[in-house]
Ligand binder design. Sequence first.
Ligand code: IDP
Length: 157
Amino acid sequence: MSHHDERTFVMVKPDGVQRGLIGDVVSRLEDKGLKMVGGKFMQIDEDLAHEHYAEHEDKPFFDGLVEFITSGPVFAMVWEGADATRQVRQMMGATDAQEAAPGTIRGDYGNDLGHNLIHGSDHEDEGANEREISLFFDEDELVDWDLGTSQWVYEDA
Ligand code: IDP
């Protein structure tokens, strides 16, 4: 079972919340067979925004990015499953929603680079998933539970 328990951090950004897309994003991840183990509707403050986007501190778009991500509520989540980090990134699509393929979340609902609806941990950045999870969630906020349909999602469940 252990290789089915990779965890990743996912967040519906303020534009996605305003657009009423929380339910749709959750639905898509559920449909994929992933398991939600944490979820929090919250407002990101300045400090958390700086920590979360620390790698972009020197970029010209950093101030705008912090302003955007703190501009309204987000829905932060932790999802679990085989290869979860990379699978979610594939479902999100390219960073620039204008380039994101149809069928992806950004490709289907977005039309802008900054307002791209969703964040997911970078699978190419080793440990980014666990780092981001612990930035947004305490361990006791994550729920250990069995998803009944897992035996139908995974051949070797
Ligand atoms: P990602 O969200 O696909 O991992 P990153 O390169 O980590 O993309 O960038 C973080 C976020 O910063 C993006 O999701 C987007 O909202 C914003 N962003 C990235 N590049 C630009 C830019 O050139 N202009 C404005 N916003 C940007």
